[in-house]
Design a protein around this ligand. Structure first.
Ligand code: GLU
Length: 306
């Protein structure tokens, strides 16, 4: 695993979960991360976050890659698949366990929900199994002891952020009761393994960042910069979801959705309608300005992408 060296070429990434075709909200994340990396002359990688096998839809990863290609979002290196990285996640848990940071937890979600205070993202784990499994309980998941100083970072769009992970979230899951490794662990291990210097992704993950920073610190990994892009919400205020096939994007007619995504990112429109996707990118990359990306979520109303 190689940490990026200072001054090295910047590396961004797009990390979709292949739970359905790419929807407009993910397209915005893909366009923002691609533009940011490429405008800086950096590399842009794609990683399929197909860890949650029960939610993975057969064929969705290929469909997402074909769509990215049609939108001129051409990636470097080969696509990484989290489903092939189990050994790396297990090694990270071992490293954390050697520090006394990991413990087995026998609680069910229901038990936690009943006995916990509400936190930044769901119930705060009350620490029931922190000092050992209660008698008669079998281990289900593995958790990280989340204690440590409050973590701060400067989001490139949202500005200074701060969270005391232990108080706001509690000890969090590294390996789930179904044996799958948790997103928070996998994303940290993979961003480091792929040498990612700049994470640009949806604002729904802003509150996850301090957990990822705690893991980076414990694992001795360098910390990328973070930028959390506006979420595109459905007309009823829900986050768009691939599994619900919200606003799929039409790979056969990429330009309208590309221009729409560019506008959601607060970027100035091209002076004239571009003559195709590559003409759009030739114009767009020198004009990309992270400073224009709005620090809010954009409802898409009855937006269509055509
Ligand atoms: N796989 C996540 C998603 O599709 C993105 C994770 C990330 O960018 O850190 O929402």
């Amino acid at each position: 695993m190689t940490a990026p060296t200072p001054g090295a070429r910047r590396r961004g990434r797009f990390a979709p979960s292949p739970t359905g075709p790419l929807h407009f909200g993910s397209l915005v994340a893909a366009v923002g991360s691609f533009a940011d990396a490429r405008a800086a002359g950096g590399a842009w990688l794609v990683r399929m976050e197909d860890l949650d096998r029960p939610r993975v839809v057969p064929g969705a990863a290929d469909a997402i890659l074909r769509t990215l290609d049609a939108f001129g979002l051409h990636w470097d290196a080969s696509v990484a698949f989290q489903s092939r990285r189990t050994d790396a996640y297990a090694a990270a848990i071992e490293q954390l366990a050697r520090q006394g940071r990991v413990y087995p937890c026998g609680c069910t979600r229901r038990e936690i929900a009943l006995g916990a205070l509400p936190g930044a993202e769901g119930p705060i784990y009350p620490g029931t199994c922190r000092h050992g499994l209660p008698p008669g309980r079998a281990p289900r998941s593995l958790r990280l002891r989340a204690h440590g100083p409050a973590l701060g970072f400067v989001d490139r769009i949202h500005g200074p952020q701060r969270q005391d992970v232990a108080r706001a979230v509690g000890d969090f899951v590294l390996r789930r009761a179904d044996g799958l490794h948790a997103y928070q662990l996998a994303v940290v291990v993979d961003d480091a393994a792929q040498g990612i210097t700049d994470v640009v992704r949806g604002a729904d993950l802003l509150l996850s960042t301090p957990r990822q920073m705690r893991l980076q610190a414990c694992l001795g990994l360098s910390q990328p910069t973070y930028a959390h892009l506006p979420l595109v919400l459905a007309a009823d205020g829900r986050k768009l979801s691939k599994s619900q096939a919200d606003l799929p994007v039409d790979a056969a007619h990429p330009l309208p959705a590309l221009l729409r995504a560019w506008a959601v990112l607060g970027q100035a429109p091209p002076p004239a309608a571009p003559d195709g996707v590559s003409a759009f990118w030739d114009w767009a990359l020198p004009h990309w300005d992270m400073g224009r990306v709005p620090a809010r979520n954009g409802p898409c109303g009855n937006m269509t992408t055509a």
